[in-house]
Design a protein around this ligand. Sequence first.
Ligand code: GLA
Ligand code: ZN
Length: 690
Amino acid sequence: MTQPIHRYPPINSRLPHFIHGADYNPEQWADMPEVWDRDVEMMKQTGCNTMTVGVFSWVSLEPEEGVFTFGWLDTIMDKLASAGIFAVLATPSGARPAWMDRKYPEINRVGGDRHRNLHGMRQNHCMTSPVYREKCRIMNTALAQRYGNHPALSIWHVSNEYSGECHCDLCQNAFRSWLKGRYGDSLDALNKAWWTTFWSHTYTAWEQIESPSPRGERLLHGLSLDWRRYTVDQTVDFFKAEAAPLRAITPTVPVTVNMMGTHYFCDYSRFAPLVDVIANDLYPSWHQDGSDMDTAAGAAFVHDLMRSLKGGQPFMLMESTPSIVNWSNVCPLKRPGMHRLSSLQAVAHGSDTVQYFQWRKSRGASEKFHGAVVDHVGHANTRVFKDVAEVGAILGKLDAVVGTAVPAETAIFFDWENWWALEEAKFLHKDKKYVETCFAHHRPFWEAGVPTDVITEDADFSKYKLLVAPMLYMVRPGVAERIEQFVAGGGTFVATYVSGQVDQTDLCFLGGFPGPLRRVLGVWVEEDDALPDGRFNELIPLPGNALGLEKSYALTEIFEISHVDTAKVLATYGKDFYAGTPALTVNALGKGRSYYIAARSEKAFLCDFYSALIRQLGLKRAIEAALPTGVSAQIRTDGRNKFLFIMNFQPTAKTIDLGRCVYVDLISGLEVSGDIELAGYGSRVLKRAD
Ligand code: GLA
Ligand code: ZN
């Protein structure tokens, strides 16, 4: 079993505190230099200690080809340093100057329809273009040489939210080379892997292969899946090229990219080993139609995913909004308490930073009404500014939490390749709801205050007691064997409907589903049924079942009809022609066991099922007492001290029973125990020494 790490070094060794800061674009105010000094003063008032500069600054750094104007950035870096503020320095590749796109049109991205984009927007570059790679190399080299020894430099922020795809000729060739590498130069192997005899799609020369297109091939699943993989690999390769001069010139400065949570196109597990710290941008939609609890549960999942990407190492909340976003259909303000709550939620799940987009509202262009620490009014006397200053003051009291770990004994699978394959697959329901299903299986743990990691199929399973794999449709080579080993060694594994159906190239497993998971689950799935909204089946627990389930539960949407090989039935279907067949089974293997849930269920089933597992496996909870609905408890630890975050995502006050343990409230400094009250959207950080 892998020994857990309890304390990680701070992201920046010169700053052993929480990082608090924002995206800062002083170049927009270059003709009002008094704004710069006022900004630095106000940063100090908010307890901001790190500003992100240079994102999208290319035209201000190189207004003409080969003419570099670093003067303004020198001034800003110096001003920050003299105020004791650090800089997250970005490379500007997320958007380009118009001169560059005019002179080198090959840089502009080509869409799936094979039309080349015009200049504009951002993340609009070809990831293959040698010209753009060279331009980035020159720029990043210049930045690293100029600021490598600057006292303000703390972290490199490479580009901004890498995403998307390019279908230009350069990329088509790069895709073909990538495929040659993957299939050992064998077109025959590729044709077999993609099952191309179907519809006469067999390729007889590499040049015939084209990326998927709305005007051409878009249903060859193996092709689509490999295109997604190639696109991520090419983006990662572009990132590596961007990072190379930074790594060479400033080897001790950490490098990161800002991610976008569960973004469909970006398999962030491919980036994770290449960055020094994970950074994420998250804008939960508080106060929208759904409840804030739903939003909080979703945000918790994403934070857990980000922390797990580097095996539990604290991550950066690189962007969040201090008040509103401007891109949602409706943009509600954060209600009082919500900014502190939302920020502390990230910290509770393992973030060592609270950073914002953006420091100051721009005066023009598309984000002029996006929330910012400093509003157009320009002074500090605003609700949002005070909210941010409050968070700054709180973070200032949490030094002991920096670098601490989240002690997760449970992990939920969330796997991009599996998601892509499911999205492409034409069966059951058009919307497979993969992400929602992962959220649904994570939520009972969140509600119970059980720390949970979110991992891909390739992660190390050895540190967990419980592994949950919702809709593990694709099982890549070696994964089933690793799961078997985990179970045989005493672990508990949970799988659901739509598992073990295809291999890594999207070919169906022969010999019965769930394919390579058959042995560990001990069932054979014969058929998959799907019903439209509003039609239900029922899960009926068998009397005296080992989990103590007693109620019946509604089942919806997807229902698998299965036979037990070695498993035991815990519950059966209540209706339809498959009434009485297994709906929930358990299978013993070695020292452990595996559960198989045959159908999608109402929330109450997952809640009761996982509560039973939490009890039986003795999974540690943040606090022992039951939590009121809407209150989340999360824990970080350095192995000795426990830092308990209690957060109320309801607008009404709630009482929480801390039991007889005595805690110190790190914000007020007072000792607390027994019942404590949390105001609507209230949040507390408590410390307990064991
Ligand atoms: C993203 C970008 C930022 C900004 C925000 C707005 O996260 O990285 O530049 O556009 O969205 O919410
Ligand atoms: Zn391209």
